[in-house]
Design a protein around this ligand. Structure first.
Ligand SMILES: NC(=O)c1ccc[n+]([C@@H]2O[C@H](COP(=O)([O-])OP(=O)(O)OC[C@H]3O[C@@H](n4cnc5c(N)ncnc54)[C@H](OP(=O)(O)O)[C@@H]3O)[C@@H](O)[C@H]2O)c1
Length: 309
């Protein structure tokens, strides 16, 4: 049984794939979820289609719980959540997770990995990031906006988990496994730390960042992150980060970033886990991060989110 936490966009993509692969799955939603899920592929995908996977809800928790111990005792437990939701969700569910249940974290931005390892002292843990795209116009609808790729690694891999690894890599394929997932997460952080705050602050699509007036700011953000990465012994150059970032700006030129959308729709952003994480690492390593700090403050100011969780 695949246990997917939350009725969100990436969670629904995972549910759809479980449905296609004939894997048992359960979406653990916060509240009563719809009885069916309508998925529609739009934009970059050649064949648009409608699909109606079976849809489990929080009220259908029982199949994933061990009858006597009231614990989740088999399958992967996947958390495709906003970065700031990961720790509270683990705190909420950890008592129900048997120590051998593999937990998979799928998010943008950075989460305190030491805290996760403490909260789950023995579970195997996968950390992954994906470039698939989706958004939910309604609770029972998923629009698939991009077929991407996934990069994954084990934060903790007890003994051997080829079975769960082979299942996980089929969920948002193609999936590449990395022995050092930190480097991948930092490289993605470098891109997110540029695209997300700048598109949100200036209310522009990703592609507008290719205009010359943003060039110095992008270089400065990358330079701060490169210094941190080098101090953490990650082999990367400013030029590599810059060219990776400009290539993603080019490939996603027509898209609006998730932070742009979050600000537009008064939702909490992931800024604390993106530029906020860069600033916090700068403090720990005594490396100045004035540009990231400035962006953090600017996004905090425009974030009108009233704070519900
Ligand atoms: N969507 C994309 O295209 C995309 C692409 C690449 C990467 N990502 C990244 O993937 C992560 C997930 O993104 P997303 O777009 O799927 O987010 P999302 O649509 O907001 O999904 C998260 C879902 O989980 C629910 N949730 C949070 N905590 C929960 C809990 N403790 N119990 C039950 N449900 C809980 C949320 O409910 P509430 O709404 O009530 O909070 C929400 O429905 C983010 O880090 C994002 O940046 C997204």
């Amino acid at each position: 049984m695949m246990n997917i936490l939350g009725n969100g966009a990436i969670g629904n993509l995972l549910a759809l794939q479980c449905h296609k692969l004939h894997l048992d799955y359960c979406i653990l939603a916060r509240s009563q979820a719809p009885t069916e899920l309508l998925c529609r592929a739009i934009e970059q995908t050649p064949q648009s289609h409608h699909s109606q996977p079976s849809f489990s809800t929080a009220t259908a928790l029982h199949p994933v719980y061990h009858q006597e111990t009231d614990s989740i005792d088999d399958g992967l437990f996947i958390l495709p959540l906003k970065a700031y939701q990961i720790i509270p969700a683990i705190e909420q569910y950890k008592a129900k997770l048997s120590p051998e249940v593999p937990v998979a974290l799928l998010h943008n931005g950075m989460v305190d990995q030491q805290h996760i390892l403490q909260l789950l002292p023995s579970n195997p843990i996968i950390v992954a990031t994906t470039s698939y795209g989706g958004f939910k116009p309604q609770p029972n609808k998923l629009n698939i906006t991009g077929i991407g790729a996934t990069q994954a690694g084990w934060l903790r891999n007890s003994v051997d988990n080829p079975y769960f690894q082979s299942i996980f890599e089929k969920l948002l394929p193609p999936c590449t496994w990395h022995s050092d997932i930190s480097l991948i997460l930092w490289r993605k952080l470098a891109v997110n730390a540029v695209i997300n705050p700048l598109t949100a602050i200036y209310n522009i699509p990703n592609g507008a960042l290719a205009q010359p007036q943003y060039h110095n700011t992008i270089m400065a953000i990358n330079a701060e992150i490169c210094t941190l990465m080098n101090r953490l012994e990650m082999p990367v150059t400013e030029q590599q980060l810059l060219s990776n970032c400009m290539s993603i700006i080019d490939k996603t030129a027509a898209n609006y970033s998730s932070m742009h959308q979050d600000v537009l729709h008064n939702r909490k952003t992931e800024i604390e886990n993106i530029n906020g994480y860069v600033v916090s690492q700068g403090k720990i390593l005594s490396i100045p991060t004035p540009i990231n700090s400035h962006l953090l403050e600017q996004v905090r100011k425009i974030e009108t989110y009233s704070g519900k969780k």
